[in-house]
Design a protein around this ligand. Structure first.
Ligand SMILES: *Cc1c(COP(=O)(O)O)cnc(C)c1O
Length: 427
């Protein structure tokens, strides 16, 4: 499969190159040249297929012949290695729990899939690839875990000192092997700026790539979730509406890709915190990116969502067509906390702040009588322990995955400036 840059200046390239480069030379993100719907028969009989078979059907055209089928199946088996249950919350609302993976963040699937593809593509190359990533918390842990032990791939994670939770810090600083954590004296934006500068710095001789959702190998496997939810629901519910807590809009864009592949989805709702660039765009058609604001759903604190351009491409850059299939609403922290309480009081379900924003999106959109709403739970409540325990009268049990890292020893190199990062990368 070939991919083109959405800035339309760089030439088309293969899946392999798109994975290794991350971003095209013209700084545009990659988009697949064609999208061929899956057979109706497959969709109608989806319950008869295993999650591994479904994932293979969904992704194979986007990989093409660049990874042999048996290898691709192996990669999928390593990636899709936990459950994705839809748990009922209200009579007509359920939540798709995406947090049963090794770091309890939904990014586990994309990170593992990308790591395995990169490892495969780089196995005939003597040069190592360095994955450079800035994290405000959740991405770092998922990337560290997904890439741990990947041959020929080094991972360097920059995180803001004192600005991530203890659990998150342990998840990205205790693994060792090919994973290095750099503790930056600064905030997330400083980490992000350093990473961007490094990508543009021609004096750095290492092959650098990024591991955020601009990378097609991290973005596309997120389609699986929507198929897995449909598999569980389609016999009882015909009209399914997904609400996706959105930051960079990679996850919801993958949902729309699943719909293009023929998955029957009635409507998509992109739910955001007060970082409301996209909800505003839908109102007046003007895309005005702005600096991000800090919220309690901090994995969505994004002022210029990098995948939104892919969503526009999927709707031929036509605002009216987009609006007929897609809505987006923004919510404050107060509304989020109130909703966590309301969900807990009504059903006993403990939603994390991101999930609560997703729930709010369904409520705001409204559900007709025969519609069923699904909000995606993108993180386990333990990942946002302070806020959850402050808001709800509960004590969250620490799951086994987290117990394991909590007592490990943190290893991180402190840096303060771009010069420090550069000399680290030139070692
Ligand atoms: C990354 C993340 C999101 C946002 O996903 P996007 O694909 O960037 O929109 C939402 N919730 C959690 C917990 C996340 O880690």
């Amino acid at each position: 499969m070939n991919y083109y840059s959405l800035h339309h200046k760089s030439p088309k390239t293969t899946f392999k190159n798109a994975v290794i480069e991350g971003l095209a030379k013209d700084r545009g993100i990659y988009f697949p040249e064609s999208i061929t719907p899956l057979s109706k028969d497959f969709i109608e009989n989806i319950s008869e297929y295993s999650n591994h078979e479904i994932a293979f059907e969904a992704i194979k055209q986007f990989v093409g012949d660049e990874i042999p089928e048996t290898k691709l199946k192996e990669i999928i088996a390593e990636t899709v290695s936990f459950d994705f249950p839809v748990v009922p919350v209200d009579e007509n609302i359920g939540t798709l729990e995406l947090f049963h993976g090794p770091t309890m963040a939904f990014k586990d699937v994309g990170a593992k899939f990308m790591a395995k593809c990169l490892e495969y593509f780089n196995n005939d190359n003597d040069d190592e690839v360095t994955v450079l990533v800035a994290t405000s918390g959740d991405t770092g842990g998922a990337v560290a875990n997904g890439f741990l032990g990947a041959k020929g791939v080094n991972v360097v994670i920059l995180y803001p000192s004192g600005k991530v939770s203890d659990i998150q810090e342990k998840q990205l600083t205790t693994l060792g092997q090919n994973i290095t954590a750099l503790e930056v004296d600064g905030v997330f934006d400083d980490c992000q700026d350093m990473v961007k500068t490094a990508f543009l710095d021609e004096e750095i001789e290492r092959t650098l790539t990024s591991a955020n959702s601009i990378n097609v190998a991290r973005w596309l496997p997120q389609m699986f979730y929507f198929f897995f939810a449909y598999k569980q629901l389609h016999k009882q519910h015909k009209d399914i509406i997904f609400s996706v807590p959105s930051g960079n809009f990679g996850n919801i864009c993958a949902g729309i890709m699943a719909q293009k592949l023929g998955l029957p989805v009635k409507h998509f709702v992109a739910s955001t915190n007060v970082n409301d660039t996209v909800p505003n765009f839908l109102v007046d058609g003007v895309y005005k990116p702005k600096p991000s604001k800090a919220t309690i759903s901090n994995a969505m604190d994004v002022g210029n969502p990098s995948n939104f351009i892919r969503i526009q491409e999927l709707f031929n850059n036509n605002l009216e067509t987009l609006k007929s299939a897609f809505s987006s609403y923004s919510f404050t922290d107060d509304e989020t906390r109130e909703t966590m309480k309301k969900i807990y009081n009504n059903s006993g379900y403990i939603a994390d702040p991101h999930g609560a924003v997703g729930y709010l999106g369904l409520k705001k959109h409204g559900l007709l009588e025969n519609e069923y709403g699904v909000f995606l739970e993108t993180a386990h409540p333990v990942k946002f322990l302070d806020i959850v325990e402050e808001t709800l009268p509960v004590k969250v049990e620490i799951p086994e995955q987290i117990q394991k890292v909590i007592n490990n020893k943190k290893v991180a190199t402190k840096i303060a400036t771009y010069k420090d990062l550069k000399s680290f990368l030139e070692r």
